[in-house]
Ligand binder design. Structure first.
Ligand SMILES: *Cc1c(COP(=O)(O)O)cnc(C)c1O
Length: 230
C-alpha cells in the first residue's frame, strides 16, 4: 500500500510539474512519519523515500536510533517540521538536516549555539503564520523581515527558505491564497538581499493540499497520511 500510495503521489507531482513547466527533480518530498512505526518507515524507505519529516524531537530520536545502523541510513535527510522547543534544540541539531519551524530569534540563537558546539552549520527555514490563526505557530508576516535580518548575523545557522501550514480545510482551493502569500513573502525577502543570500526553499503543502501548493511554487512538500493511509 505504501508503495502504491507513493507512486500515486509521485505521479501527481510529475503531472503538476509538467503542467507548470518545472522539473520534478527539483521537488523534495518529505515523508512525515509522526506516530508511524519503524516498520512503516522502512517500507517507505524501501519504496524510495529519501527525506523523513518528524514533528517531535523525542519520537525522531527513537526513529533515528532505530534506523541509523541499518542499510537505510545512508543518504537519508531528516527534517524537523513540528514546533521546536528551545530545550530540545541540543538533541535536534544532532539529528536534522533541515529545521523548518524556526519562528523566533530566541530559538534561532539557541540553534546557533548548539550547532556551534558540534561544529555544524544548521540549515533552517522560518515558519510563517500566513493565516494568522492564534492556534498556529509561526512568525507573523509583518515581523518576517526583521527576523530574517537578525538570523543572517548568526554564524552557525544557514537560512534557506520559508515554511507554512495552511488552515485545515476540505477544499484545497481555499488555501491557495496562503501559499501564494508565502511565495510573495519569499520573493520580497529576496529583493531585499544579495543574490547569494536568496532564499530558495518553499516548504508548503501536505496530503490534502500539496497539489495547490506545488502550483503556487512549493519545492518541498510534507506528506504523511497520503503515504501511509488511504
Ligand atoms: C503532520 C504534518 C504534516 C503532514 O500532514 P499529512 O496530512 O499527514 O500529510 C506536514 N507538516 C507538518 C508540520 C505536520 O505536522
Amino acid at each position: 500500500m505504501i508503495k502504491e500510495n507513493l507512486l500515486n503521489i509521485k505521479a501527481r507531482i510529475d503531472f503538476i510539474c509538467a503542467r507548470t513547466g518545472r522539473p520534478s527533480v527539483g521537488i523534495t518530498l518529505a515523508c512525515v512519519v509522526k506516530n508511524r512505526s519503524v516498520e512503516e518507515i522502512k517500507q517507505a524507505l524501501d519504496a524510495g523515500i529519501t527525506d523523513i519529516g518528524e514533528n517531535k524531537v523525542q519520537e525522531a530520536g527513537l526513529h533515528f536510533n532505530a534506523i541509523r545502523n541499518t542499510r537505510y541510513a545512508s543518504g537519508l535527510n531528516w527534517h524537523m517540521v513540528g514546533h521546536l522547543q528551545t530545550n530540545k534544540v541540543r538533541e535536534a541539531v544532532k539529528i536534522f538536516a533541515l529545521i523548518h519551524s524556526v519562528d523566533s530569534l530566541r530559538l534561532a540563537e539557541e540553534i546557533d549555539r548548539q550547532a556551534a558546539r558540534i561544529n555544524k552549520i544548521q540549515d533552517i527555514l522560518i515558519e510563517v503564520n500566513v493565516s494568522q490563526e492564534e492556534s498556529k505557530f509561526g512568525i507573523s508576516p509583518k515581523e518576517l523581515s526583521d527576523l530574517v535580518a537578525a538570523i543572517r548575523v548568526l554564524k552557525n545557522v544557514r537560512l534557506l527558505g520559508l515554511m507554512a501550514m495552511a488552515p485545515a480545510t476540505d477544499e484545497p482551493q481555499k488555501v491557495r491564497v496562503y501559499f501564494r502569500q508565502l511565495r510573495g513573502l519569499l520573493e520580497k525577502v529576496n529583493t531585499e538581499c544579495r543574490p547569494k543570500d536568496a532564499l530558495v526553499i518553499l516548504s508548503m503543502g501536505m496530503s490534502h493540499d500539496f497539489e495547490v501548493a506545488l502550483e503556487e511554487g512549493a519545492n518541498l512538500v510534507r506528506i504523511g497520511k497520503a503515504i501511509f493511509e488511504v
